[in-house]
Design a protein around this ligand. Structure first.
Ligand code: SF4
Length: 410
């Protein structure tokens, strides 16, 4: 047990560090070992790329690391100077700025000096337009093909017509990759990667759901760290192996009565992007307030339990189209209300991330509707995922304190 206000380390973190070190070193050596590298968006067609034998790199994971190392403010202006607005995604601007300056957070984190050059770039706009523009930049820079899926947006019920459309786009993408690699897709390989993705995603879901237990064995802040394998190793056996270890540890914590936040009094849901450069400070503040941020839309976004080995392409189309960020306001409201109930939360924090309107859900009356319909209070935090110039630490700290105090008197 630790003193109140300190982060409680998860044992599996050491294994995670090794896993990610190996992953980035493999990417670093890929070309010298005769392998091809594909870049993929975080909820892009990773299973297809792995079935073709590509090593897969995810610029969003790289950009989040820039945020964690608080280097965004240094590189965002570099991208602004070549015409990428300060108002668009700060993952995009910090990543492109770092590329122009030949800098990478991989060096400090894993001892890797540069990002791996792509042979192909593959996106899915199920999350936003910015990823396509971001990858288009690199396609021009490296003079490599860009392939992708332009998903139908703001969907309420996911209907057959949506899945038909995205399935056809997945099939086109496969044909394009066959042309690029000059080899036919091995159907069994694809079934294999989809099967592994499903296994990993189900384990990840089970891990996140351990937080429904009171006291919760993990926090949203732990989730933002331990989600890395479900982002970068979908379709790879190592993600499955890692999540088996992590799930065991969470179950042990529950059996032993170990709480992620000692003396847990209140439970909070986090809506929106993490504030990468402030994870530690925020997790410590919540721990001091004996309040556990038990669940989030963000960490749950990598649950793709509709995938089926028996029908890989169509089930991927369904799973990747159903994504929360791609849905209508009523579908999102219903999802958040269900999550709040399942995780027994006392309040919701809505992070209005200034450069990510796509994943900010406080702009169309959602907090007021949820308060009115379900009686769950909300607090809106104005900040950003990577641009800390858009974050007022003191003001946020005070607002969080007041929000928790309000729960005490309720
Ligand atoms: S969803 Fe938001 S944070 Fe993610 S790439 Fe798109 S704009 Fe950036």
């Amino acid at each position: 047990m630790t003193e109140t206000g300190q982060r409680k380390e998860i044992r599996a973190a050491a294994e995670l560090k090794q896993l990610l070190t190996d992953y980035y070193h493999e990417l670093d050596k890929a070309h010298s070992e005769g392998q091809k590298v594909a870049w993929c968006t975080s909820v892009g067609p990773a299973e297809v790329l792995r079935a073709f034998g590509f090593k897969v790199y995810f610029p969003e994971n790289h950009a989040a690391m820039i945020g964690v190392q608080r280097a965004g403010e240094k590189f965002i202006p570099v991208a602004n100077a070549i015409g990428y607005s300060p108002e668009i995604c700060s993952y995009l601007t910090s990543d492109i700025g770092a590329y122009i300056q030949h800098w990478t957070p991989l060096e400090k984190a894993y001892g890797v000096k540069s990002i791996p050059k792509p042979d192909v770039l593959a996106y899915n706009t199920n999350q936003c337009r910015d990823v396509k523009e971001w990858f288009s930049f690199y396609s021009r820079e490296y003079k490599v093909p860009l392939v992708g899926i332009d998903s139908p947006k703001y969907i309420g019920e996911v209907e057959d017509m949506h899945v038909d459309d995205v399935t056809a786009q997945f099939e086109r993408l496969i044909r394009q990759l066959e042309g690029i690699t000059k080899r036919k897709l091995d159907e069994d390989q694809l079934k294999g990667t989809v099967g592994l993705s499903l296994e990993a995603t189900n384990l990840w879901k089970e891990i996140l759901e351990t937080a429904a237990h009171a006291p919760s064995p993990l926090t949203f802040f732990d989730g933002t760290v331990h989600m890395a394998p479900i982002v970068v190793l979908r379709g790879d056996r190592r993600a499955v192996d890692y999540y088996q270890v992590l799930l065991r540890e969470m179950k042990e914590r529950i059996a032993a009565g170990v709480a992620a936040v000692d003396g847990e009094r209140y439970r909070i849901y986090w809506e929106g992007m993490p504030i990468w450069g402030k994870l530690r400070a925020l997790s410590e503040q919540f721990a001091e307030l004996r309040t556990c941020v038990v669940a989030s839309t963000y960490c749950n976004s990598w649950i793709f339990d509709d995938m089926r080995e028996s029908d890989p392409v169509r089930s991927m189309a369904l799973a990747y189209t159903k994504l929360f960020i791609n849905r209508s306001e009523p579908a999102k409201e219903q999802y958040i209300a269900e999550m709040a109930k399942r995780f027994k939360v006392d309040g919701i924090i809505f992070h209005d991330s200034k450069t990510c309107p796509h994943n900010s859900n406080a702009r169309y009356g959602m907090p007021s509707r949820i308060k009115e319909r379900y009686g769950i209070p909300g607090l809106i935090i104005d900040a950003d995922l990577n641009d800390l110039r858009l974050y007022s630490e003191e003001q946020t700290k005070t607002n969080i304190e007041a929000f928790v105090e309000q729960m005490e008197v309720a």
